[in-house]
Each structure stands twice: as structure tokens, then as C-alpha cells.
Design a protein around this ligand. Sequence first.
Ligand code: KIV
Length: 256
Amino acid sequence: MTTTQQLIQYKQQGRQIVALTAWDYVIAQLLDAAGVDLILVGDSMAAVLGYETTLPITLDEMLYHAKAVRRGVKQALVVVDLPFLTYQESTQQAIHSAGRALKEAGAQAVKLEGGYPAMLETIARLVQAGIPVMGHVGLTPQSVHQIGLRKQGKTEDAAQRILNEAQALEQAGVFSIVLEHIPNELALEITKKLSIPTIGIGAGVHCDGQVLVTSDLLGLSDKQPPFAKVYTNLREMIVNAVQEFAGEVRERKFPG
Ligand code: KIV
């Protein structure tokens, strides 16, 4: 299985890291078979469950899906997002939630959002407890009611703040950082200054790897962020297939 140390080596070797999100066994199996390096059970899965934002999804829902994903993966590193308010209250709460992701779902690491001082302390404690942590800065969707879903780091001050957070996260012990929806030049600067890999989403080509939300890539989402690329339109394909089936049933052509 891919390890967190291997991902750090990939950065040293200049090998781009490929990451995607998964929410069930079938999708996880397909991504793993296609050679994805890192599979994230992201809280963006909230959209697949019909939630408007990532805020309502619970740790139990995340773990239910993470277990299914884990059963489908043989090779990729499996990282589970800790959902909103399952790690921000205290270090104890974070250790408990992250511990459940590793013990119950078989995750190899957790991801949490933000690089402010209290979060850095929590991350350092998680790492000391043997729990690998991935950071996430820039657009952090769990703060949607504070910052919206806009590109972050556009002013000099804001860019400096994100750079500082990324450096502090590396100091706290994260093995990698997601950079979401920030200017390309800022992502380049962070990527150059860190020795751990940066994984970009809406952050340009200069990161050490890229992640997309798989339902966006496959054209399953009803709305995508501006930086997503839709590689195929499964929504349309599914509707067409179902309409063909329905037509054949109604005309007594199926079963043939
Ligand atoms: O939840 C998620 O899918 C994520 C990605 C956007 C990195 O955090």
C-alpha cells in the first residue's frame, strides 16, 4: 500500500501525485485499479448525500462510507476528512475522532481544515499519537459561512497568511497539504518553500499533485466549482440508459 512517506519521496523525485475522492466500494475499486495514489474520503461527499454544504455530515456517516471505500482499495493511501465540529472543540475530541477513522474505518490518515494556532497544537498532538495528518488551507469549505466559496489569498496580506499557515502546518507535522482555490503563484511559492507535498485543487499546475472531487470529474454533480474539469458526463449517460430501459419495458421489448 502507498504510504505517507512514499508521497514525500514522490515530491523529492518530482513525480506528480494523483488524488481523487471516493464515497463507496465500487468507486474506490475503480480509482484504485486506475492507479490513483491517494483516495480521499472527503466531506465533499455531503453533496452525494444531498446536503447543501459540508457542515451537516456526521462522523458516523463519514466512517460508514470510509469503511466501504477502504474495502475497495488495495494500493492507494486512504485519507478520511474529519467533518465539521468533530475536531475543532478540543485536542481530545480530535484524537477521538481521528482514532475512530483509523481504528474503525482502516484509514491511514485524516485531513482537517485550517492552520490557526489551536489547530496547530491539535495537529502536533495527533501526530505524536501516531496519527498521520493532512492539512488543508486556502478555501476551507467548513468555513463557508465566514468566507464563502470564493478564491482565497488574493491580496498580499491574505496570501502571506496562507503561506504562514502552510509553513506552520509543516512544522506541526502534517505529511501533505491541500491547497484549495488560491492563486497559482501563491501555490507555487508554498510548494517551493515546503518539503512536504502540496496537493492542489483550483491552485494551478505548480503543486506537487492534484485532487478533484470524483463526482465532478465524472459529471455526476449537479453543480461544479469553476476550477473542476468534467471528463465525462455520467449524469447524461445514466438518464439515457434509464430512459432506454423504461421505453423497452413500456413497449414490452424487455426482456427480449
Ligand atoms: O472534501 C473534499 O473533497 C476535499 C477536497 C476538495 C480536497 O476536501
